[in-house]
Design a protein around this ligand. Structure first.
Ligand code: CP
Ligand code: NVA
Length: 306
């Protein structure tokens, strides 16, 4: 199948990613100025959610509407996917009716299998392995508030989860140094660590890791699907809470990002999102703008009039 997919940040070149971030900023400006921009009129995005979502669903749905198109929410509960229709069959059928498909799933292989059978672009709206759309928003937020991230030092604190893996891919693609402060046994993908080489370091002590950091980010200690491990994880991750005091040990102009939803009192202190160094609300808003840039990039423009 010839469609261009976005399952990982590695599906784009570094230049394409930089252009997407720039375009996200332009589309944000157009929206703020009330300019109507509808290149995706008549285009339809299907959205399959196997897991809960607030930001991803809203930003894709609102984004498609703002670009002149529509989005359809598909819950596996209400489609034949929930009754065992093979994912490849669903991909063949859905991609004959839709212009792009966004999938939030557990196994990353669901995305690759769908994409292998899809005529239209498939977008990863989060899998157990990766969350590339969130990284577009994170990179746009850093660019807006602090300028280019190239050559900067970024620190990931906490679980080596899907977000952390996407930060490793971002380190490779956007050319920054990444330190991962995680407890033993909770490391990110060994394959990605090997790919990143010296660009990514594991530093066990978060206090040591954040020294000189320009960006610090973290995420929940138990991701969706890990509910049964939650109690054990709370114990293991306790020393990894991000607090104002931890940020004080970073660079003077450090920025703090959190993809949300946040658990105050767990991975972040109660007051952290109110700290002037935190930009989680801008970051959440940027999901909309960054993904509009992605949709514009991936989805064929509108039909010609007959
Ligand atoms: N950050 C993020 O993906 O949020 P949702 O789970 O609400 O989509
Ligand atoms: N790591 C989290 C991110 C949620 C946006 C999860 O997978 O649940």
């Amino acid at each position: 199948m010839s469609a261009r997919h976005f399952l990982s940040l590695m599906d784009c070149t570094p230049d394409e990613l930089v252009s997407l971030i720039r375009r996200g900023m332009e589309l944000k400006d157009l929206r703020n100025r009330g300019v109507l921009f509808e290149p995706l009129k008549n285009r339809v995005l299907g959205m399959i959610f196997e897991k809960a979502s607030t930001r991803t669903r809203l930003s894709f749905e609102a984004g498609m509407i703002q670009l002149g198109g529509q989005a359809i929410f598909l819950s596996p509960r209400d489609t034949q996917l929930g009754r065992g229709e093979p994912i490849g069959d669903a991909a063949i059928v859905m991609s004959r009716m839709l212009d792009a498909v966004m999938i939030r799933t557990f196994a990353h292989s669901t995305l690759t299998e769908f994409a292998a059978n899809s005529r239209v672009p498939v977008i990863n709206g989060l899998s157990d392995d990766l969350h590339p759309c969130q990284l577009l928003a994170d990179m746009q937020t850093f660019q807006e508030l602090r300028g280019s991230i190239k050559g900067k030092t970024v620190v990931w604190v906490g679980d080596g989860n899907n977000m952390c893996n996407s930060y490793i891919e971002a380190a490779i693609q956007f050319d920054f140094q990444l330190r991962v402060a995680c407890p033993e046994g909770y490391e990110p993908s060994a394959e990605l660590l090997a790919l990143a080489g010296e660009r990514v370091q594991i530093v066990r002590d978060p206090r040591e890791a954040v020294v000189g950091a320009h960006l610090v980010s973290t995420d929940v200690w138990a991701s969706m699907g890990q509910e049964e491990e939650a109690a054990e994880r709370m114990r293991q991750f306790k020393p990894y809470q991000v607090t104002r005091a931890l940020l004080d040990a970073a660079a003077e102009d450090v920025l703090f990002l959190h993809c949300l939803p946040a658990h105050r009192g767990e991975e972040i202190s109660e007051d952290l999102l109110d700290d002037p160094r935190a930009a989680a609300w801008d970051q959440a808003e940027n999901r909309l703008h960054a993904q509009k840039a992605l949709l514009e990039f991936l989805v064929e423009p509108a039909y010609h009039h007959a």
